[in-house]
Design a protein around this ligand. Structure first.
Ligand code: AP5
Ligand code: MG
Ligand code: ZN
Length: 220
C-alpha cells in the first residue's frame, strides 16, 4: 500500500497526536518537521541551533532549511511506501517544492486533511500540553493526563512543556499560521485534494473522520 497524506492545521490542532497513531496503522513513516528540528536542536547540530532561534519565538524556520530536510527524509527507503507529513508544508513555497520533489519521485499526494479547531480550544490545548523528554509522547494535563503526573506512560521519561508553548510564542504561532500557512487551504482546494475534518471531540472520533477521508477505514 502507498499513501501520501498531509496533516494541515494550526498549532495545537492535534496533527501530531493523530499522525502518531495513524501512520503506524497505515505502515508509513510519520514525518514531522517540528519534531525533526527539535531533535536537531537537542543534538546541537548547526542546523538545529539555527532553527531553534526561530522556533523558540514561534516564527517559521526559513523555507530552504526545511525543504532541504524534507527532501533528504523523503529519499530514505522507508518513505517509498508513502508518509504522513505533519507540519509540512507551511508556506506556498514549501508546497511548490513538495510538488516538485514528489514529481521527481514519480508520485503525488493522495490527500490533504485540514484540522478545523476553534481558537479557544487551540489555546486550551497548547497551554496544557506536556511532552516526554525521552520518547516525545504528547499529553495534556486535563484531557490526556499521564497515569503518574509528570511521568511518561510509555518510557517513564520526564514530561516537560515546549518552550514555544509559552503564552507569547503561542500568540506569534497562531498569527504566523493565519498569514503564512492558511493560504495553503486554497492551494489544495483548487487541486481538489483537500478534506476538512472537525478537529474537536474525542481523539478516536477525529481519527475515524480522518480514516474515512483518506479511504482507509478499519474493517470492523
Ligand atoms: P510543530 O512542532 O509542527 O508545531 P505546530 O504546527 O505549532 O503544531 P503543534 O505540534 O503545536 O500541534 P499539533 O497539531 O501537533 O497538536 P498535538 O497533537 O501536539 O512546529 C514547531 C515549530 O517548528 C514551528 O513554530 C516552526 O518554528 C518550526 N517548523 C516546523 N515545521 C516547519 C516548517 N514546515 N516550516 C518552517 N518552520 C517549521 O496536540 C496538542 C495538544 O492537544 C496535546 O496536549 C494533545 O494531547 C491535545 N489533543 C490532541 N487532540 C485532542 C483532542 N481530540 N481532544 C482534546 N485534546 C487533544
Ligand atoms: Mg505537533
Ligand atoms: Zn516517553
Amino acid at each position: 500500500m502507498s499513501l501520501r497524506v498531509i496533516f494541515l492545521g494550526p498549532p495545537g490542532a492535534g496533527k501530531g497526536t493523530q499522525a502518531d497513531e495513524l501512520a503506524r496503522e497505515w505502515g508509513v513513516p510519520h514525518i514531522a518537521t517540528g519534531d525533526m528540528l527539535r531533535e536537531a536542536a537537542r543534538r546541537g547540530t548547526p542546523l538545529g541551533l539555527e532553527a531553534k532561534r526561530f522556533m523558540d519565538e514561534g516564527a517559521l524556520v526559513p523555507d530552504d532549511v526545511v525543504i532541504g530536510l524534507v527532501g533528504e527524509r523523503l529519499a530514505e527507503p522507508d518513505a517509498v511506501s508513502g508518509a504522513v507529513l505533519d507540519g509540512f508544508p507551511r508556506t506556498v513555497a514549501q508546497a511548490e517544492a513538495l510538488d516538485r520533489l514528489l514529481r521527481e519521485q514519480g508520485t503525488a499526494l493522495d490527500r490533504v486533511i485540514f484540522f478545523n479547531v476553534s481558537r479557544p480550544e487551540l489555546l486550551r490545548r497548547l497551554t496544557g500540553r506536556r511532552v516526554c523528554r525521552g520518547c516525545g509522547a504528547t499529553y495534556h494535563v486535563v484531557s490526556a493526563p499521564p497515569r503518574v503526573p509528570g511521568v511518561c506512560d510509555r518510557c517513564q521519561g520526564q514530561l516537560e512543556q515546549r518552550v514555544d508553548d509559552r503564552e507569547e510564542a503561542v500568540a506569534t504561532r497562531l498569527d504566523v499560521y493565519e498569514t503564512q500557512t492558511s493560504p495553503l487551504l486554497e492551494y489544495y482546494r483548487r487541486r481538489s485534494i483537500l478534506t476538512e475534518i472537525k478537529g474537536e471531540g474525542a481523539v478516536e472520533d477525529v481519527a475515524a473522520a480522518i480514516r474515512t477521508a483518506v479511504g482507509q477505514a478499519v474493517p470492523s
